[in-house]
Design a protein around this ligand. Structure first.
Ligand code: IPE
Ligand code: IPE
Ligand code: MG
Length: 232
């Protein structure tokens, strides 16, 4: 088996965590238990990314379209998010991980907003892995928001660099590697601007079954790709 070349790690890995529901269904369990198991994978992947030395990890946790799900499932996801913050924040902070929220959390319950903001504040000066959680995130919303902010500031300098400063990912490199679990071949409104030249890796594994080794495998596969960026 080949090994990871640490001199050419992807700077930014973005993951569409998919398949929690199907993982549960396969076991005749309620969907929420799939999400619960998915949180364990989140912990493992954050830890692994941090120790591998990846600069940015973005996890797609809740899309602007996920409000279409039953209220009971949405509530269950919120409660798992709260538990995750309560249980894992200390460890995250200890590991020098810096948390950032991508998305508009103003529609989330007050308690969660508070916890999220204080988690970002607590970890704000950390210098290790930048861990982005995409929550009520939609790339189209992000792009419109950027236009709106530029208009408010009266900016007419429409360059790619300037525009990028108004996205949630400001200051961060674009993803080099996009992973989607559970075999779906779609983007689902994720980071549309930022993934212009991203390498895509799809695995059939459901998110709750994804682990550190699978992440390493994806990175090894990424390192075999020839990135041309339009040149020869
Ligand atoms: C991904 O798993 C988690 C979220 C979108 C919150 P899904 O809930 O989409 O699982 P499937 O796609 O139904 O299997
Ligand atoms: C994408 O998964 C959103 C997240 C992982 C949060 P979905 O399961 O919501 O995407 P679709 O509906 O299959 O496109
Ligand atoms: Mg899904």
């Amino acid at each position: 088996m080949s090994e990871i070349d640490f001199s050419s790690l992807p700077k930014h890995v973005a993951i569409i965590m998919d398949g929690n529901g199907r993982w549960a269904k396969k076991r005749s369990l309620p969907r929420i238990l799939g999400h619960k198991q998915g949180v364990r994978t989140v912990k493992e992947i954050v830890k692994a990314s941090s120790s591998l030395g990846i600069r940015v990890l973005t996890l797609y946790a809740f899309s602007t379209e996920n409000w279409k799900r039953p209220q009971s499932e949405i509530k269950g996801l919120f409660s798992l998010l709260l538990q995750f913050l309560k249980k894992e924040l200390r460890e995250i902070h200890k590991n020098n991980v810096r948390l950032r929220i991508l998305g508009d959390i103003s529609k989330f319950p007050d308690k969660i907003q508070k916890e999220l903001l204080s988690a970002c504040e607590l970890t704000g000066n950390n210098t290790g892995l930048e861990f982005n959680i995409a929550l009520n995130y939609g790339a189209r919303q992000e792009i419109l928001r950027a236009f709106e902010k530029m208009a408010q500031e009266g900016i007419k300098d429409f360059t790619e660099e300037k525009f990028s400063e108004f996205l949630y990912t400001r200051g961060q490199p674009d993803p080099d590697l996009l992973i989607r679990t559970s075999g779906e071949m779609r983007i689902s409104n994720f980071l549309l601007w930022q993934i212009a030249y991203c390498e895509i890796y799809i695995t059939e594994k459901f998110w709750p079954d994804f682990n550190e080794n699978d992440l390493k495998e994806a990175i090894i596969e990424y390192q075999k790709r020839e990135r041309r960026f339009g040149a020869l």
